[in-house]
Design a protein around this ligand. Structure first.
Ligand SMILES: O=C(CO)[C@H](O)[C@H](O)COP(=O)(O)O
Length: 239
């Protein structure tokens, strides 16, 4: 699993803090990444202790881990279809979080694990979306590359649109395979450098309206709480 940023203890505290918000009977969105993995493990411990919940996985990796720790799973369509229970809470990590007031709530970059398309589906569908991070993810203004999942046949078209928006796209390459990263959905990822992102809502709208974009990693105004684990404790920010 990809890991990044701050200490593992800080990530664990963030994950465990968010899991305290889960109640008996909840349907829980299970995020992807090393911090969300701590939340999934903590949830597994609560299931062992008798908590009755169902999870909705956001990736192959979060599904595997959830099965490993004994969390019953349902599909996203089962969770949100007609007469379905809905998703009560989603817990997910982030690559960068800015709460500088330029958007209502937080502007977030996700997709370091190339799972942002399904993550956005699940996180946006949840009644409450809790973000779990360590302090290395906090920023005044977003400035990390934005991952964009693209149809492989649309890679060139999307790259051209990114350049027109003053971005610099790079095809994400796999570390242990010759060739590109292929997402759980069979698509490619362009990591797009935009420098300092002063208007994340406007950039998100531009990217969403570009043909060939399956999903981009800007999550604007979606989060309800940020749980920041530190080496000493947890700070929870309500949005
Ligand atoms: O968006 C994600 C996966 O697509 C992850 O949540 C994000 O990359 C953070 O991962 P980590 O907690 O390992 O730093």
């Amino acid at each position: 699993m990809k890991t990044s940023g701050g200490s593992d203890a800080a990530k664990r505290r963030a994950g465990e803090s968010a899991v305290e918000a889960v109640d008996d009977g909840d349907v829980v969105g299970l995020g992807t990444g090393s911090t969300a993995a701590h939340a999934i493990r903590a949830l597994g411990n609560r299931v062992d202790a008798g908590l009755d919940i169902c999870g909705v996985a956001t990736s192959f990796a979060s599904r595997e881990l959830a099965l490993d720790v004994g969390i019953p799973l349902i599909d996203l369509d089962e969770a949100v279809g007609p007469d379905a229970p809905g998703i009560d809470v989603a817990i997910d990590g982030a690559d960068q979080v800015a709460t500088d007031g330029t958007v209502d709530g937080a502007a977030i970059i996700k997709g370091g694990g190339a799972a942002h398309a399904r993550e956005k589906l699940v996180d946006a569908a949840a009644d409450r979306f809790l973000v779990v991070i360590d302090p290395s993810k906090e920023a005044d203004v977003l400035d990390r590359p934005v991952p964009i999942e693209v149809l492989s046949s649309g890679r060139g078209v999307v790259a051209r649109a990114v350049r027109a928006a003053e971005g610099d796209p790079t095809l994400r390459r796999a570390e242990r395979k010759d060739g590109p990263v292929v997402t759980d959905n069979g698509n490619l990822v362009l990591d797009c450098e935009f420098g300092t992102i002063t208007d994340p809502a406007s950039l998100a709208t531009t990217l969403s309206s570009t043909p060939g974009v399956v999903e981009h990693g800007l999550f604007v105004g979606l989060a309800d709480e940020i749980h920041v684990g530190t080496d000493r404790g947890v700070r929870v920010e309500q949005l």
